[in-house]
Design a protein around this ligand. Structure first.
Ligand SMILES: [Zn+2]
Length: 469
């Protein structure tokens, strides 16, 4: 559990040549973050206990440095990362490495086969177990605290492993794997996941983002592949079951590494996939379980490998970081609504409430947790990392609708813009104004008011413009 695999590329010479801009250095470290078996699992609206490990959960830290600028991006095989965890990890990592906390991004990949370790559902189940048993038998470890420490350690280990690199970046297209999961129905409503071959479907209510954003990092001297970053907008909810797993990025990495000389670390960033999943409603083919996970991971790897020769080398790296905190109004509920939600939490996971009634009760309670921590305005941190004049990486909090990510990419002044969601805090779904008007699951499960998503996108564009020279 405690291993940190710091990649070491020996035999390289690092002396920067005179007259050149400072070299870009990168390091990577991987740490295992699998909780004990028996811990509650996340992803659905009922109590689900883990029974084993399909594949280990990991956090992968990428450290970047050029001249005086340092940055780190950490990706966790988790459904989300709450600000309580990321604040602590970023402060600790900053103290150990000298990287400003604002230059550290901590993201979750959104795996639905990880631990339930924060939010109102976790609070409810944890307290209920503690009330019944004196202590919660499922939480044998303080997962959140252990996680913060591991993430900070991973950043330090990645810095220690840093060496000169060259990076290359670009985008390719992947169709046939991702689908907008919201549909206009014959009765005029918009419904999420209406079911395969549902005859009442008229058309999807939104687009997908078929782009895969790719950055490869190679050791400068021998061109060894050190790491890849792949960003794709597709919910990580394909594995299911009660065994821990990283979902399709696990198979993406395994498949990429099958090639000779490809013993590198594959990092996955979740694109803006709040309304995107893998379910193809035009077929009745079963789409849950390990085979589907394998199919998606392998298909992505194949597409990524085909794109590698076309990636553009970043010959003049210019690492730069900007961040901003913007605010979205949290939704408001009356005392009566809160009391009813508190009552209804007991019925989550039963058949006594409809699915959306359960989601709403959970959401109302979660908004109360957010209000207790932040007040009526929810801070939303946006970060942008420039790799060179052509390539930038955007980090946004929450489960962001694909339309918002697309809007950022289309208006970005960079040739290649990777937009990653679920960074630094899990603020629930971030729908568009249009989706708020349409309703359905993601809107019921959102904490911000309509307009919060557009504020995020505008802030990201402002930072991208500031970083473009
Ligand atoms: Zn989700």
């Amino acid at each position: 559990m405690k291993t940190i695999l710091a990649l070491s590329l020996a035999f390289l010479s690092f002396a920067p040549r005179e007259g050149q801009a400072a070299e870009l250095n990168a390091g990577i470290a991987v740490t295992e973050i699998t909780p004990p078996v028996g811990y509650r699992m996340c992803g659905y609206f009922y109590e689900r206990l883990s029974t084993g490990v399909h594949d280990p959960l990991q956090a992968k830290a990428l450290y970047l440095q050029q001249g005086a600028e340092q940055a780190a991006l950490v990706f966790c095989d988790l459904i989300g990362v709450p600000q309580t965890v990321t604040d602590q990890a970023r402060v600790m990592a900053g103290r150990e490495t000298g990287i400003p906390a604002t230059n550290i991004l901590v993201a979750a990949t959104h795996s639905h086969t990880g631990p339930l370790y924060f939010d109102a559902l976790r609070t409810f189940l944890h307290q209920r177990a503690a009330d019944r048993n004196g202590k919660d038998p499922q939480e044998t470890a303080d997962y959140a605290s252990v996680l913060s420490g591991k993430l900070a350690d991973a950043v330090s280990a990645a810095k220690k492993a840093a060496r000169p690199v060259q990076c290359e970046a670009g985008v390719t297209r992947q169709t046939g794997l991702s689908f907008n999961r919201r549909f206009h129905m014959k009765d005029g409503t918009v419904v999420f996941n209406p079911g395969k071959l549902n005859p009442n479907i008229v058309r999807p209510a939104g687009p997908i983002d078929p782009e895969i954003g790719i950055v490869f990092f190679r050791g400068s001297e021998q061109r060894h592949l050190l790491a890849s970053l792949t960003v794709f907008a597709l919910h990580l909810d394909t594995l299911g079951g009660t065994e821990y797993g990283a979902d399709y990025p696990f198979y993406l990495e395994r498949s990429l590494r099958e090639r000779p000389g490809h013993n590198f670390i594959s990092i996955f960033g979740a694109g803006t996939c709040g309304d995107i999943n893998h379910i193809d409603v035009t077929t009745d083919r079963p789409q849950k379980g390990g085979e589907e996970t394998l199919r998606i991971g392998n298909a992505l790897a194949e597409t990524v490998l085909k794109a590698v020769p076309g990636l553009k080398p970043a010959d003049k790296p210019s690492l730069g970081v900007r961040y901003a905190t913007v605010f979205a109004a949290l939704q408001e509920f009356s005392e009566g609504q809160i009391a009813r939600a508190r009552e209804r939490m007991r019925l989550i996971g039963t058949k006594e409430l409809s699915f959306l009634e359960q989601v709403e009760a959970y959401k109302v309670m979660d908004v109360q947790e957010l209000r207790a921590r932040f007040g009526p305005k929810l801070p939303m941190e946006v970060q942008v990392f420039r790799l060179d004049d052509d390539t930038a990486i955007v980090g946004l909090p929450g489960e962001v609708f694909v339309e918002l990510g697309l809007a950022i990419k289309h208006a970005s002044p960079f040739r290649t813009t990777l937009v990653i969601e679920l960074c630094n805090n899990d603020i629930g779904y971030v729908p568009t104004k249009k989706a708020f008007a349409e309703g359905s699951y993601e809107v019921v499960n959102s904490r911000v008011k309509s307009g919060g998503g557009e504020i995020l996108a505008e802030a990201a564009l402002q930072l991208l413009r500031e970083l473009k020279f």
